[in-house]
Design a protein around this ligand. Structure first.
Ligand SMILES: C[S@@+](CC[C@H](N)C(=O)[O-])C[C@H]1O[C@@H](n2cnc3c(N)ncnc32)[C@H](O)[C@@H]1O
Length: 280
């Protein structure tokens, strides 16, 4: 039998040696989840006994983390707007900055618009954007697409768990034939292909298809505008996309070429980076 104190010290030492910046928080997440105890319990208790099996289970997770696997994938969930969402190796781990898309939608969606409007989340991944829109605006019909069937399996599980009704479609945006969409939200892949070789270790565990934005980072963004123009017939009254601040200027000129008469605005994220574009 080992004690909680021993596994805490073991984990902290290993994480520090491995150079993990948030070693305390990651230790708390892994041990509290594995032992079904709160983080406060983990911090304040020390003599709780741990069975040999549990001890090796936790050590196994620590080893995976040291090798670079993200904590969210090891634990199988990630918090988004304070709620847990299932994640696995087939989906992008939702980022905290993406939470702001939901607020931007709330602010930019015109008030007094008729109920029953159609919203599309393009590249839904774990489904966090679509699910949160439906939770906050139940009157809106929410659809979501993804090129990855495996990602849609995760998104469907999350929608069922959160008890919301989303219409999921397995299609790329290039082959999407949905139309009559009024609101478009997306966190598309936006990393330039040449940058993919130098990704941090954590990112190598996420699906390449969720990251690769093509030669200049705007491949999928261009496809979104093209679909909106050709198939959706410019029906959208609001488009909000998450972008890489580095490709902001290219995205603005692309947006201007498709929407010369619309209002195009860049929005900052919590780190004061140019992270979102809205077109109204
Ligand atoms: C950056 S992830 C975003 C996931 C999720 N919306 C989020 O914010 O956490 C991009 C998603 O787009 C999907 N995707 C990539 N290329 C696509 C395409 N051409 N058409 C539709 N979906 C695509 C990927 O499979 C991935 O799930």
């Amino acid at each position: 039998m080992k004690t909680l104190n021993e596994i805490k010290n073991y984990t902290i030492n290993k994480f520090r040696e491995a150079g993990l910046i948030n070693y305390q928080e990651e230790m708390l997440m892994i041990i509290s989840h594995s032992m079904s105890l709160s983080k406060i319990d983990i911090l304040t208790e020390s003599n709780i006994k741990i069975s040999t099996d549990k001890y090796s289970e936790i050590k196994g997770k620590i080893k995976r983390r040291i090798l670079g696997e993200p904590t969210a994938q090891i634990l199988g969930f990630r918090n988004f707007l304070d709620e847990k969402y299932i994640v696995d190796k087939n989906v992008l781990i939702p980022r905290f900055e993406t939470e702001e898309i939901i607020d931007l939608f709330k602010i930019n969606k015109k008030v007094n618009e008729k109920e029953g409007f159609n919203c599309l989340d393009i590249g839904t991944g774990s489904g966090v954007i679509a699910i949160n829109i439906k939770k906050k605006f139940p009157e809106i019909n929410v659809s979501a697409i993804d090129i990855s069937k495996k990602a849609l399996v995760v998104a469907t599980k999350n929608a069922i768990e959160k008890k919301v009704n989303i219409n999921f479609f397995h299609t790329s945006i290039e082959n999407c034939n949905l139309s009559n969409i009024n609101y478009i939200l997306s966190n598309p892949p936006y990393i330039r292909t040449s940058k993919l070789k130098n990704l941090s270790k954590d990112l190598t565990y996420e699906p390449i298809i969720a990251l690769d934005g093509g030669k200049d980072g705007t491949k999928i963004i261009n496809s979104i505008f093209n679909w909106e123009n050709q198939i959706n017939k410019n029906n959208a009254s609001l488009i909000i996309l998450e972008i890489d601040p580095e490709i902001k200027d290219r995205v603005i000129s692309l947006a201007k070429s498709y929407y010369p008469k619309n209002k195009i605005k860049i929005h900052k994220d919590l780190n004061y980076l140019d992270r979102f574009i809205s077109i109204t």
